[in-house]
Write a protein that binds this ligand. Structure first.
Ligand SMILES: NC(=O)c1ccc[n+]([C@@H]2O[C@H](COP(=O)([O-])OP(=O)(O)OC[C@H]3O[C@@H](n4cnc5c(N)ncnc54)[C@H](OP(=O)(O)O)[C@@H]3O)[C@@H](O)[C@H]2O)c1
Length: 216
């Protein structure tokens, strides 16, 4: 398949790119930092594009079979619109060019909003600074998820837990309900994304990747 990967230079995006190439796909890798993109291969084409720019996104999405987005934004005290604006641009371009399949990475942290008020208060008391500065990003990611779900594409949303670095793919589980204290390794997340692009097991679903102790 011809894939376009947004956030291809992120730690997870680089793994997605490598695994997609290994699986026989070609990748258009979108990054703000093309100069030090680590892959030089006939199966990968690097495109320098600011995904906040709708015209740039429209241009890069054209001619592909599917889109994977691992766009993320750093914590901020100010309102953030990176994930939602980019999702809007991607969805618009995908509809425009008849690209139906869209895989997007959100965050299991959004489930904190479903905690009881008492549990939320306990969390805030323990980590007030972190929670306050990540609140704006979570609002943006929630808005991104709404945009992805609401436009009639063949979407799958991935909600990883806290991301960790591991070298090997584990015997990870995909679950469709929030899992407490979820831990997701980037290599498992990348593996699950590349697998889902062809398997299409979770079209129209929000899924969680739970990293295991045992490697595959
Ligand atoms: N860290 C965690 O514990 C955690 C937990 C849950 C979910 N997540 C989500 O998991 C995903 C992967 O996380 P990660 O830590 O591997 O990556 P990351 O550090 O969050 O990388 C974010 C990526 O977004 C890209 N990006 C941001 N603004 C852009 C713009 N205007 N145009 C084009 N690209 C833009 C960056 O591009 P460049 O590299 O080209 O600058 C970067 O590759 C993200 O969606 C993140 O939100 C992370």
């Amino acid at each position: 398949m011809k894939l376009v990967v947004f956030g291809a230079h992120s730690p997870t995006g680089r793994l997605v790119t490598a695994m997609a190439m290994a699986a026989g796909h070609t990748v258009t890798a979108i990054t703000l930092r093309p100069a030090d993109f680590p892959f030089c291969d006939h199966r990968v084409q690097v495109a320098a594009a600011d995904a906040m720019d709708a015209d740039a996104v429209d241009w890069v999405v054209r001619g592909h079979d599917a889109v994977i987005s691992v766009i993320g934004a750093p914590s901020s005290w100010k309102p953030v619109t990176v994930c939602s604006q980019i999702a809007y641009n991607i969805v618009k371009a995908a509809i425009n060019h008849g690209v139906r399949r869209l895989l997007c990475v959100g965050s299991a942290a959004l489930d904190a909003a479903d905690l009881s008020p008492a549990a939320l208060l306990r969390q805030r008391a323990m980590r007030p600074v972190v929670l306050a500065s990540s609140h704006a990003v979570q609002r943006d990611v929630r808005c991104m998820e709404k945009i992805v779900r609401g436009n009639g594409l063949d979407w799958t949303l991935f909600r990883p837990g806290r991301l960790v670095g591991r070298s090997d793919v584990t015997d990870y589980r995909i679950v469709t309900r929030p899992a407490p204290r979820l831990l997701t390794s980037r290599v498992d997340l990348a593996h699950a994304l590349v697998r889902e692009i062809t398997q299409c097991d979770y079209v129209g679903e929000t899924i969680y990747v739970a990293t295991a102790r045992r490697v595959q």
